[in-house]
Write a protein that binds this ligand. Structure first.
Ligand code: SAM
Length: 282
């Protein structure tokens, strides 16, 4: 164990400057990062994975949770020495992976342990990473604690009928329960981005309540929300065509009024449509 210098000092000592091409906006307020870390819950039996630790403002309170194992995945090699020094200040087994989180196999890294993933995600890959984790088979995570641009966070938790309701809310609802746990204004970051942010906590639904055919669900929601102002009779034409059927057949099988619009249909209705689509496709 070594004593850690203050975060700003560590950043200055290692000459670390935010690089926009990596979507870097740092959290230097350790009260805020401690709050985010506390959303991970008890991780004493878990592999705690942080994506994009950067200079380590969130890494410190995550390590302080004493997870069974801590894994940090960072694409920008400049941060590695500071992260090694950060890890040395804690007793937790700490692995640093230099690479692209989109390509990493988290299950292999965690070696069979349940995972909790925490991240102040870079805006440019945040949604892609979430979709990767929602689609993971088997689902190895038991909680995700993720910072997104506020508008994107709102799309994940959007209720049926709201303006933000769409493909992301339905995909999320197929796999997990999600809630916005805290909001962070742009000024909480260094340098401040142009938008505010929010932390979303995801927990998997019990296996028997998940909707597993996400490929069919994506075909349906892409078609339905691709033309969200049209009635489902019209907008589902593209999906129906891919299964050599008509939108009326799919809607009747799902018990949905063909004159309804996509945003008025709850996730369960889309799951029923995806089932009907799969049955038609064979
Ligand atoms: N967690 C740090 C904090 O809160 O101060 C940094 C957050 S910054 C918004 C995003 C971090 O993710 C940067 O360190 C960036 O280099 C890293 N990053 C960007 N794309 C990545 C990717 N595809 N895989 C892994 N890390 C990535």
């Amino acid at each position: 164990m070594t004593e850690l210098p203050p975060l700003r000092e560590m950043i200055a000592d290692h000459g670390l400057r935010a690089d926009k091409s990596f979507g870097q906006h740092f959290l230097l307020d350790l009260n805020l990062t401690a709050k985010i870390a506390s959303l991970c819950g008890d991780v004493s039996d878990a592999a705690l994975i942080e994506v994009g630790p950067g200079p380590g403002g969130l890494t410190r309170p995550l390590l302080a949770l004493s997870p069974k194992q801590m894994i940090a995945i960072e694409m920008d090699a400049r941060f590695i020495p500071a992260l090694v020094a950060t890890g040395d200040a804690f007793n937790t087994p700490f692995e640093i992976v230099e690479g692209d989180a989109l390509k990493v196999d988290e299950a292999a890294l965690a070696g069979g342990k349940p995972c909790v993933i925490a991240s102040n995600l870079p805006y440019n890959v945040g949604t892609a990473l979430l979709i990767k984790w929602l689609k993971a088979e088997p689902l190895i995570w038991r909680r995700l604690v993720l910072m997104f641009q506020k508008e994107v966070a709102e799309r994940m938790v959007a209720p049926t009928g709201s303006k933000a309701y769409g493909r992301l809310a339905i995909l999320t609802a197929a796999v997990a329960s999600a809630r916005i746990a805290l909001k962070a204004p742009a000024r909480a970051f260094t340098p401040p981005p142009k938008v505010d942010s929010a932390v979303v906590v995801f927990e998997p639904l019990p296996e028997n309540r998940r909707f597993a055919d996400l490929a069919a669900l994506e075909v349906i929601t892409e078609s339905a929300f691709g033309q969200r102002r049209k009635t489902l009779r019209k907008s589902l034409g593209m999906a129906a065509g891919k299964a050599s059927t008509s939108s009326e057949v799919l809607l009747t099988a799902a018990g949905i009024d063909p004159g309804a619009r996509a945003e008025t249909i709850a996730p369960d209705g889309f799951f029923a449509l995806a089932r009907a689509w799969r049955a038609a496709k064979g």
